[in-house]
Design a protein around this ligand. Structure first.
Ligand SMILES: [Zn+2]
Length: 257
């Protein structure tokens, strides 16, 4: 018997291979497990068209914080990633796109200076080359270890979105579980179209913090993608199996020329 994984939603058990072949979606109830970056590329991009950009860049330790460099090394070894975002150029059903794919597996998808820089560069590349940009977000927020350098990425990425608007190049955001903190408070909510995977947690601060601050009980389903869609923050909830064709449709229907 191979290793089995239990679906947290319907409690059915599946072997790892079955889930992998189904892009980490439960075959029984379509619960979406987390999808790694390599499989995300396989799901979205035309075969062998993804070319990574700035794949050799790595985070530095701008505040010279004790233990941060060791922590970065641990996460690199564990996740097989250099940091919390992979960016590049690719094709989706024959159309050119620039892509940014965040990973929660690397330090909780936190946005330090490197993540902000790579996302900003991707948007500038898209704007200057008249090519749509798609960002898959997944983040616990700012990277505490980089202090103010981390927080300023919110302003920097937002300015890059403004450049895209000026150049009339579309930005499509796909929110994945979870997208919170400084990422949800900046570029992830500034897309021309904002999609989300089902049942993703989308919010700024955690529910307990908010409840404690306002002293009120929060409504059911608070901060789910479905709740955000009902309240106008998300345009559509798209299951993984429909993601490529939806993005392809959006690219084709948002062409200016
Ligand atoms: Zn299930």
């Amino acid at each position: 018997m191979g290793k089995t994984i239990q679906c947290p939603e319907c409690h059915e058990e599946f072997d790892k291979k079955t889930l992998k072949e189904n892009f980490q979606v439960c075959p029984n109830c379509s619960y979406h497990f987390r999808l790694n970056t390599a499989d995300r590329i396989k799901l979205i991009c035309d075969e062998n068209t993804f070319v990574e950009i700035d794949g050799d860049l790595e985070s530095i330790n701008p505040l010279e914080l004790d233990g941060y460099e060791e922590k970065l090394k641990q996460h690199k070894d564990k996740s097989n990633l250099k940091d919390a975002v992979v960016t590049g150029k690719s094709k989706i059903n024959g159309e050119n796109v620039y892509l940014g794919i965040m990973s929660f597996d690397f330090m909780g998808g936190s946005m330090g200076a490197l993540v902000g820089e790579k996302i900003t560069k991707t948007m500038i590349d898209g704007a200057l080359n008249d090519t749509p940009v798609i960002i898959f977000s997944a983040s616990g927020g700012a990277r505490m270890q980089e202090g103010i350098f981390s927080l300023m990425q919110m302003a920097k990425t937002s300015a890059a979105v403004a450049l895209m608007n000026k150049c009339k190049v579309p930005l499509f955001i796909v929110l994945t579980h979870p997208t919170t903190g400084g990422v949800s408070a900046s570029f992830a909510m500034l897309g021309d179209v904002i999609l989300s995977e089902p049942k993703a947690l989308i919010g700024f601060a955690g529910p307990r913090v908010i409840q404690g601050t306002i002293g009120e009980k929060l409504p059911d389903g608070f901060q789910t993608a479905e709740f955000q869609k009902d309240h106008g923050f998300v345009d559509a909830i798209i299951e993984r199996k429909d993601l490529k064709k939806t993005l392809s449709y959006l690219i084709k229907t948002h062409k200016v020329n």
